[in-house]
Design a protein around this ligand. Structure first.
Ligand SMILES: Nc1ncnc2c1ncn2[C@@H]1O[C@H](COP(=O)(O)OP(=O)(O)OP(=O)(O)O)[C@@H](O)[C@H]1O
Ligand SMILES: [Mg+2]
Length: 395
C-alpha cells in the first residue's frame, strides 16, 4: 500500500468507529501484517467498513481506482483473511461481513426479538443485520438521481410499506434497487442520506432474488431465519403462521426486505399479473405487507406489474416507479466504460434514444460498435440497419 498522503486525517470515513471496534481490529490486522497499518490503509479500512466502494474511496484519497484495488488485494484483503480464520474476502463488500462474523462489530443489538409466541430468542452471534445475498456489484453506476430521490422519499420519509420498481428487461431495476439501498452515490448531488443508502435507516436489510422461483415457504423461512437470528430454527407449521410471524417482525423492527425478479413467479407476459401455478399464495403475502400497518418496507423489482400492488397503490402506503431509460449523459458514460467512441452530440442523442436508454441494450450495442465499426458511431448509424432492441434482448 502506498505511503500515507499528508492531507489524510483520521476524520475520513470516521463513522466506522461508531459501529466497529477499530482499535482492536487495527491491532489484529497489524499483527498479521507484522507492522502497523499505514494512515492510508486505516482510511481504506474505515471506508470499507462504511460500505463505501473502492472507486469512491480512491476518489476521496485522490488515488487511481485501479491502483487502489491492487493495493487492497495485496494488502488489506490479505490481512482481513488473516483475522477471519482463513476466509478470504471475494470482493470489497465481503470485508465488513467477514469482520462482523469475526466479532469486530460493536454489539449494538438492543434486545432479542420476541417471536409472536413470546418465545425468547437467543442472541445472534452476528450483530450485523444486513444480508445482501447475491446482490450484484453496483460500483459502476450512472445517472438515476431523480429516481433515487423519489424512491428515497417513499421509503425513508413517507415510510411506504411496499415500493415497486417496474420496467422492461435490462432497464436497470436491479442495479437501481441495490444502489438505492446500499448507497455510495459518490459524486452526484444527492443528499447525504441517499449517499449513505437507505440501508442505514433499517435495523435489518435482506436481499433475495426470485430468479429461481423459490416456493413461498422457502422464502418465508429464509426471511424468518434472518430476522430471528436463530441458529436452530423451527419452521412455522404453515404459510399462514409464517406470514403472521413475518408481519410481527415487520411491526416490531424496521426491516428492509428487497425482492428482485418478482416476474419469475408470474405467468410470462400476463397483462393481469397472474401467478404461476403453485405460486398464488405470494398474493396473500403482498396483500398483507401492503395493508397491515407496520414500520418496514418491501422493495421489489419486476418486469411485470403485480396486481396487488397496482390495486393498493396511492390508497395505502404502497408506491411504484415505472423505470424509464437513462439520459444521454449516463448513456455516454456506459459507452465510455466499454471503449473509445466518436460521435456528434446529435448522434449521441440518436443512439441513446434508439435503444430507449436501456442500459443493457446500450452495453450490448457499444460492444457491437466497438467490434464491428471500431467505435465509430457515425458509421454505425449510417449503415442503416441498427440492431433492434427486441432481437438483442432474447433471454
Ligand atoms: N445506472 C446504471 N449505470 C450503469 N450501468 C447500469 C445501470 N443500470 C443498469 N446498468 C447495466 O445494465 C445491465 C442491466 O441492469 P439490471 O440487471 O439492473 O437490469 P434489470 O432491469 O434488473 O434487468 P432484468 O429485467 O433482466 O432483471 C447491467 O449489466 C448493468 O451493468
Ligand atoms: Mg433485474
Amino acid at each position: 500500500m502506498a505511503t500515507s498522503s499528508p492531507h489524510l486525517s483520521e476524520d475520513l470515513f470516521s463513522d466506522a468507529s461508531q459501529h466497529w471496534d477499530l482499535d482492536r481490529l487495527c491491532a489484529d490486522l497489524a499483527t498479521i501484517k507484522q507492522r502497523p497499518l499505514t494512515v492510508t490503509e486505516r482510511a481504506c479500512l474505515r471506508g470499507l467498513l462504511c460500505s463505501i466502494n473502492p472507486n469512491d474511496i480512491a476518489a476521496a484519497l485522490h488515488r487511481q481506482p485501479q491502483g487502489l484495488r491492487v493495493d487492497l488485494t495485496r494488502g488489506l484483503y490479505r490481512y482481513v483473511e488473516g483475522v477471519s480464520c482463513g476466509a478470504k474476502p471475494k470482493n470489497w463488500r465481503e470485508v465488513p461481513i467477514l469482520l462482523s462474523q469475526n466479532g469486530y462489530r460493536k454489539q449494538t443489538r438492543p434486545v432479542a426479538l420476541p417471536l409472536p409466541s413470546d418465545r425468547p430468542i437467543p442472541q445472534s452471534p452476528i450483530s450485523m443485520h444486513h444480508d445482501w445475498g447475491n446482490a450484484p456489484d453496483v460500483s459502476i453506476f450512472f445517472g438515476r438521481s431523480h429516481e433515487l430521490k423519489q424512491l428515497q422519499q417513499w421509503i425513508v420519509k413517507d415510510q411506504c410499506q411496499i415500493v415497486a420498481i417496474w420496467g422492461m428487461q435490462g432497464m436497470g431495476k436491479t442495479r437501481l434497487s441495490v444502489k438505492l439501498a446500499m448507497g455510495n452515490i459518490g459524486k452526484t448531488e444527492l443528499s447525504l442520506q441517499v449517499a449513505q443508502g437507505v440501508q442505514e435507516q433499517f435495523e435489518f436489510v435482506i436481499w433475495r432474488s426470485l430468479y429461481n422461483a423459490p416456493s413461498l415457504k422457502d422464502l418465508l423461512i429464509g426471511w424468518l431465519k434472518g430476522l430471528s437470528g436463530q441458529q436452530e430454527f423451527t419452521a412455522p407449521k404453515d404459510i399462514k403462521t409464517a406470514i403472521h410471524q413475518l408481519i410481527s417482525y415487520l411491526k416490531s423492527h424496521r426491516c428492509l426486505l428487497i425482492l428482485d425478479n418478482v416476474e419469475r413467479i408470474l405467468q410470462p407476459e400476463s397483462a393481469t399479473g397472474q401467478y404461476l401455478a403453485g405460486y398464488e399464495e405470494y398474493g396473500q403475502l403482498f396483500q398483507q405487507i401492503g395493508t397491515i400497518p407496520h414500520q418496514s418496507c418491501l422493495l421489489l423489482t419486476s418486469r411485470e406489474t403485480l396486481h396487488e400492488v397496482v390495486q393498493l397503490e396511492n390508497k395505502t402506503s404502497v408506491r411504484s416507479l415505472a423505470l424509464q431509460g437513462l439520459d444521454i449523459e449516463a448513456g455516454k458514460q456506459i459507452f465510455a466504460e466499454i471503449g473509445n467512441f466518436s460521435a456528434t452530440e446529435s448522434e449521441w442523442q440518436q443512439i441513446v434514444e434508439l435503444y430507449n436508454g436501456n442500459p443493457l441494450a446500450l452495453e450490448l450495442i457499444a460492444k457491437h460498435i466497438e467490434y464491428v465499426f471500431d467505435g465509430n458511431i457515425t458509421d454505425f448509424l449510417q449503415e442503416g440497419t441498427p440492431l433492434f432492441l427486441d432481437r438483442m434482448l432474447l433471454f
